[in-house]
Design a protein around this ligand. Structure first.
Ligand code: SF4
Ligand code: SF4
Length: 391
């Protein structure tokens, strides 16, 4: 997450919201605001995939990938290196160690705050503006607000958030199935327990794994390591291990109607996303009649209508474009420098052009279609209305 804003793909940021052009830059593509309906199936696909992963692997997100867990692990690791004793939210240490710990939390808060803004402003521009003292006020406020929240979280809350407040953690516990991967004292091993308490002491969420499955368990595996270390000193293997559900049926325990249903929903969500992406047009084209130039009659019983608009190349290739106009089966003349364009991948251009049409015999508007032609193929046309001036 820290590195992504610095990475580039296809000459632009790997992943960034570009506020100036109101676009999402992702994996070398530019998604304009008008394409954001695609975000809905994408979010649906990611969410359902996360649900399936939770159903199969339990709270692995919480234990292995959530930034809250990772940052908490980091600051607690630093605190221990500094000589502090960390137990849940409580940190026992002398004043200098406490001060150093709070400085580390504040520095991480600033880093996370700046990192969030880098997903909207390029980090090189952000840092240059920062050193010149010209960072825009919204960027300063966002950085400091996020830094303050992260500092308070890391210094005083940490795992309490996971156990007490995190809505996603609560939600995940309802998903656990009888075959979900879980950590427990392995079947038939409980008699070997020497009641040393190392597993409970190692648990970041205060779970006693010996009492069976617990909603607070985040599948981090620390109890497994602690028990294995204790028992290794006695020349024996650890008692705790990962099992599918109770461990009696192996991975077959996952074959339940619930898992099959969620798997089907995941397939459908990704299918819908690919279908929607496949139907997306190579060009984004918006057009409207010019609000400043009125239609007027020109020589030869014809009239001209002025248009303004914008066109964006959504493909990864340079496109040579020519604008054509028709009214029914009759081609119309297009005038102006905006009728021919060369657009680089992701480039957007504002266009102004005029369409010349014969004056209709009967008064009233004339329906027309406008379309860009590229490589001999015609893009999806846009409807336009030509309104002849009063004669
Ligand atoms: S019970 Fe074990 S796996 Fe679960 S949270 Fe505690 S230490 Fe991690
Ligand atoms: S660490 Fe292992 S041996 Fe020690 S109490 Fe926990 S389960 Fe028993």
């Amino acid at each position: 997450m820290l590195a992504v804003p610095f990475l580039r793909w296809g000459g632009q940021s790997l992943l960034r919201v570009d506020l100036e052009s109101r676009s999402l830059l992702a994996l070398g593509h530019t998604f304009r605001l008008e394409e954001f309906p695609l975000v809905l199936p994408l979010v649906l696909a990611l969410l359902t995939t996360l649900l399936l992963l939770t159903l199969v692997f339990g709270r692995v997100w919480c234990g292995w990938a959530c930034p809250q867990t990772l940052w908490s692990d980091l600051v607690e690791g630093v605190a221990r290196r500094l000589g502090a004793r960390v137990r849940g939210r409580r940190l026992s240490a002398g004043l200098p160690t406490q001060a150093a710990f709070h400085m580390v939390c504040a520095a991480l808060g600033l880093l996370v705050g700046a990192n969030l803004v880098w997903y909207f402003l390029p980090p090189t521009g952000y840092l240059a503006a920062l050193f010149r003292g010209e960072l825009p006020a919204p960027a300063v406020v966002t950085t400091l607000a996020v830094a303050a929240l992260v500092y308070l979280d890391l210094a005083f809350v940490r795992r309490t958030f996971c156990a007490e407040f995190c809505p996603y953690g609560r939600f995940q516990t309802t998903l656990v199935d009888r075959g979900t991967l879980t950590l427990q004292v392995l079947p038939g091993q409980a008699d070997r327990c020497i009641e040393c308490g190392a597993c409970t002491a190692a648990c970041p969420t205060g779970v006693d794994v010996r009492r069976g499955s617990d909603a607070g368990c985040i599948n981090c595996g620390r109890c497994l390591d602690a028990c294995a270390a204790v028992m290794a000193r006695r020349g024996e293997g650890g008692l705790i291990g990962y099992t599918w559900g109770s461990g009696d049926h192996g991975p077959r325990a996952l074959l339940t109607p619930r898992t099959a249903l969620v798997f089907g929903v995941v397939l459908a969500a990704w299918g819908a996303l690919f279908l929607a992406a496949g139907q997306s047009e190579p060009l984004a084209f918006s057009v409207r009649r010019s609000p400043t130039a009125e239609p007027r009659v020109v020589a030869g019983e014809r009239f001209v209508t002025f248009f303004t608009g914008a066109v964006t190349n959504r493909t990864a290739e340079t496109l040579e474009l020519t604008l054509v106009a028709r009214s029914g089966e009759h081609p119309l003349e297009v005038r102006g420098p905006g009728r021919q364009l060369t657009l680089e991948p992701g480039e957007r251009a504002a266009v102004e052009f005029a369409v010349v049409a014969p004056l209709p015999a009967a008064a009233g508007p004339l329906a027309a279609t406008l379309a860009w032609v590229m490589d001999g193929a015609q893009g999806v046309p846009r409807e336009a209305t030509l309104v002849p001036p009063a004669r």
